[in-house]
Design a protein around this ligand. Structure first.
Ligand code: PMP
Length: 440
């Protein structure tokens, strides 16, 4: 394709979270993928350093998942799940609750992380109303939190760019401060030492609004999309204790951390903190077919299902909740995770990963390197007057040199598929080191 033709062919798609005009002048197009690698449309191999968009945990185009989707497409293309059902959705749900942390016996299906968040927030309100606490409606999020892009998720999220042009979003939302503190915690390995006391922000919001008005607090155990903000030691436990004390539901948004990213099936297992609701998506189908799942603790589920036998339990759901193809992809994914023990594999790689990621610390303009599980991040000093540019140019160069990374602000995040080998970790770090040495 000539450059001009290519530009014309790309025009119609108004791309999400993209500088469209800039991208279409020099597009990056991925044409195929296998295991740890993408291939570009011009035939270059690119090492996947970000599991697609944090979702392809088992690597690309895995046979069991491909077969499951193909078989399901030929057998049952669509069946709804409103007062109806089909076997694959029930199979997927049972398989999911089997690997979910203790006490999470039910899962509500959605089609994305954003929908999982909206569903969780609505379920929290419905839970309190069902228990006679209809005044508990206020929602608490956190600065620099990312909970997808629908109105509820944008409102509890803490990203100015995502919020500022969308008016009032949802009323009755407040935020905890974020926990990112380079002055105290730069170059931490794993959980940073300082900042557990920031969880007490929830007490301050209780004092301000009264617990009788607060339904839920939602946090990502590790806030990945805004640059890998790792919770300080003890922070999540402290937050959970305050929430429980005031009958505020704790929602963990595990859209990224669920399905093995930290070396345990869920972040709940890693941090040994038990919330009331857990939102998931991405790795639930290894990124293949859109799907999300909201995991409910028994008390949450039971509060919603205590009405008369013939009453609808929750007036909420999606045409595609538990879609046959997604459900089949989910079962094929869980088979793959289990066959290859991928849900715990990051724990065996974590020490090597940590050591290699931290070799980046003395490269030009690096002001922080951090890691947890099979996640890493490098933060750069911003160029005066051009925030984000340093990381963006490194992201582009890395792609040209055969490595896919994820840039957010002046941070680059790394989160390769869980099938990565030690020598592929070396390759990833070597490419990235060369890029960082070579950039101003
Ligand atoms: N919550 C979290 C924690 C996420 O990381 C993401 C996506 N990165 C979402 C929600 C939104 O998911 P989706 O893009 O599938 O709507």
């Amino acid at each position: 394709m000539t450059a001009q033709l290519k530009t014309n062919a790309l025009e119609a798609f108004f791309m999400p979270f993209t500088a469209n005009r800039q991208f279409k002048q020099a597009p990056r197009l991925l044409a195929s993928a296998k295991d740890m690698h993408y291939s570009t449309d011009d035939g270059r191999k690119v090492l996947d350093g970000t599991s697609g968009l944090w979702c392809v945990n088992a690597g690309h185009c895995r046979p069991k998942i491909v077969e499951a989707i193909q078989k399901q497409a030929a057998e049952l293309d669509f069946a709804g799940t409103f007062q109806m059902g089909h076997p694959k959705a029930f199979e997927a749900a049972s398989r999911l609750v089997n690997i979910a942390p203790q006490g999470f016996d039910h899962v509500f299906f959605t089609n994305s992380g954003s929908e999982s968040v909206e569903s969780a927030l609505k379920i929290a309100l419905a839970y309190h109303r069902a228990r006679g606490n209809a005044s508990k409606t206020r929602l608490i999020g956190r600065e620099r939190g990312y909970h997808g892009v629908n109105f509820g998720g944008t409102a509890v999220g803490g990203i100015a760019n995502n919020r500022k042009v969308f008016g009032n979003l949802v009323a009755g939302v407040d935020h905890l401060r974020h926990t990112h503190d380079l002055a105290r915690n730069a170059f931490s390995k794993g959980e940073p030492e300082h900042g557990a006391e920031l969880a007490d922000d929830l007490e301050r919001l209780v004092a301000l609004h009264d617990a009788s008005t607060i339904a839920a607090v939602i946090v990502e155990p590790v806030a990945c999309s805004t640059g890998v903000l790792i919770p300080p030691k003890g922070y999540l436990k402290r937050l959970a204790a305050i929430a429980a004390k005031h009958d505020i539901l704790l929602i963990f948004d595990e859209v990224i951390t669920a399905f093995g990213r930290l070396g345990t099936p869920f972040a709940v297992d890693y941090f040994d903190v038990s919330p009331d609701i857990v939102t998931t998506a991405k790795g639930i189908t290894n990124g293949t077919i859109p799907m999300g799942g909201v995991f409910l603790k028994t008390h949450v589920h039971d509060a919603l299902t205590q009405g008369p036998e013939n009453a609808i339990d929750l007036f909420h759901g999606y045409t595609y909740s538990g879609h046959p193809m997604a459900a089949a992809a989910c079962v094929g994914t869980l088979d793959t995770y289990q066959d290859e023990q991928l849900l715990t594999r990051a724990s065996t790689l974590a020490a090597y990963w940590e050591e290699r990621v931290h070799t980046l610390r003395d490269l030009p303009h690096v002001i922080d390197v951090r890691n947890i599980g099979l996640i890493g991040a490098v933060e750069f000093a911003s160029k005066p007057g051009a925030p984000g540019e340093r990381a963006y140019t490194r992201f582009v160069k890395a792609f040209e040199k055969g490595l896919l990374t994820r840039q957010t602000g002046d941070i680059i995040a790394l989160s390769p598929p869980l099938i990565i080998t030690e020598s592929q970790i070396d390759e990833l770090i070597d490419i990235f080191t060369a890029v960082l040495k070579d950039s101003d």
